[in-house]
Write a protein that binds this ligand. Structure first.
Ligand SMILES: Nc1ncnc2c1ncn2[C@@H]1O[C@H](COP(=O)(O)OP(=O)(O)OP(=O)(O)O)[C@@H](O)[C@H]1O
Length: 305
C-alpha cells in the first residue's frame, strides 16, 4: 500500500518531531515523506497523491494542515484514505479520534488501525466552497480567532485561546442570528456564539461539542445565547469543563444542513482558519472520507474522556 505523509514544517511541534518521523519511516519503501513549502501546498500535494493512485495520505501537522489536505481530497474522485500524524499545537481532530501525539504511536496506527468513515462539512460563504473536517465556529469564537497571532500561539500554546478570549471579553457582541434548519424550520436567537461541529474539541481540547460523532452523518450545532455577563462566565467555566450542554443558555441540535445569517455578521472560522463574516451554510457529507483510526477509537463512546 502506497502512503504519502504530507508534513507541515511550520506546525506547532514539527520542529521537535519531524526528524523522528523521518527516522521512523527511513526503512519503509511504502512511505514517502513530502514536506510542504508554503500555505496551500498540502492541498496540492493531496490532489497529486490522488492522481498518482496513492492509497493513503497522512496529514502530518495540526488541524490547519489536516484542513488543507482535506480541501484537496474532497474535490477528487478516487479519494485516498486519510491518516493523521499530529504535529500541531491543538491537534483537536486527533483528540476526537484518539490518535496519539507521539510520532511512533501515531505511525503504528497506520499499520494496526482500522479504516473508519469520516464525515465532512461542506461550507459555503460568499460564493466560495470550503470543506470542514473538525469544527467551525462563529461569533465570539471568530472574534477570538481574529485577535490570535502566531506569536500568541507560540507563547501560549493551547492556552492561546483563553488569552485571546480575555482580549475579546470587553467587546462581547449580541448577534441577532437566524438559523434555517434542514426541514425548512426557521429560528431567531440573540446569540453569542454558534458552533457547527463534526469533531468534539477545538482550540486545544476545549470541548465545544462534547457529544459529536464524526461518523454519524450529522452536524452538531451548538448555540450559546447572549446572556448577562454572570451567566456567560458560568457557560465559559462549564465549557472548559466539557459540560456546558447542561446550561440553559446553550442549545444543541443535530442536523444535516443549516444556514446561518446574523446582524452584525458573525466572523466564522473553519478548522481554526478564519474565512469571513457573510451568511454561511453547512451541509454534512456523510462518510465522505475514510480515516485510519486506532482500533478502539474514542468515537465508540458517547462523550470525550
Ligand atoms: N511550509 C509552510 N510554511 C509556512 N506555513 C505553512 C506551510 N505549510 C502550511 N502552512 C500553514 O500553516 C498553518 C497550519 O498550521 P497547523 O494548524 O498545522 O499547525 P498548528 O497551528 O500548530 O496546529 P493546530 O491547528 O492543531 O493548533 C496553515 O495555515 C498552513 O497554511
Amino acid at each position: 500500500m502506497k502512503t504519502w505523509i504530507i508534513a507541515n514544517p511550520s506546525s506547532g511541534t514539527a520542529a521537535a518531531k519531524l526528524d523522528r518521523v523521518r527516522e521512523l519511516t527511513a526503512n519503509r519503501p511504502d512511505i514517502e515523506v513530502k514536506v510542504t513549502t508554503e500555505p496551500g501546498h498540502a492541498r496540492a500535494l493531496a490532489m497529486e497523491a490522488a492522481a498518482q493512485g496513492v492509497d493513503r495520505v497522512v496529514a502530518a501537522g495540526g488541524d490547519g494542515t489536516i484542513h488543507e489536505v482535506v480541501q484537496g481530497l474532497a474535490v477528487v474522485q478516487d479519494r485516498p484514505m486519510l491518516g493523521i500524524l499530529p504535529l500541531g499545537t491543538g491537534n483537536d481532530l486527533a483528540r476526537t479520534l484518539g490518535i496519539s501525539a507521539d510520532p511512533a504511536e501515531a505511525l503504528a496506527v497506520l499499520d494496526h488501525g482500522v479504516p473508519r468513515p469520516l464525515d465532512l462539512m461542506k461550507v459555503e460563504m460568499g460564493g466560495k466552497t470550503y470543506y470542514g473536517v473538525n469544527v467551525s465556529a462563529g461569533g465570539f469564537s471568530g472574534q477570538v480567532n481574529e485577535v490570535l497571532t502566531g506569536d500568541m500561539k507560540s507563547t501560549w500554546g493551547p492556552l492561546a485561546y483563553v488569552r485571546g478570549a480575555m482580549t475579546v471579553l470587553p467587546d462581547l457582541t449580541a448577534y441577532r442570528t437566524s438559523l434555517a434548519w434542514d426541514d425548512g424550520e426557521f429560528e431567531q436567537i440573540d446569540a453569542l456564539n454558534v458552533v457547527v461541529a463534526n469533531g468534539r474539541t477545538c482550540a486545544g481540547g476545549v470541548r465545544v461539542a462534547p457529544e459529536a460523532d464524526p461518523a454519524d452523518g450529522l452536524l452538531d450545532v451548538v448555540v450559546v445565547r447572549y446572556g448577562s455577563l454572570l451567566d456567560l462566565a458560568g457557560v465559559a467555566t462549564r465549557l472548559l469543563a466539557g459540560d456546558y450542554l447542561g446550561s440553559d443558555d446553550v442549545s444543541l441540535r443535530r442536523v444535516r444542513k443549516v444556514r446561518i445569517t446574523s446582524e452584525p455578521g458573525m466572523w466564522f472560522n473553519i478548522d481554526g482558519e478564519l474565512i469571513g463574516n457573510e451568511p454561511i451554510s453547512f451541509e454534512a457529507m456523510p462518510g465522505a472520507l475514510t480515516v485510519i483510526a486506532p482500533p478502539a477509537s474514542t468515537t465508540d463512546v458517547p462523550a470525550a474522556a
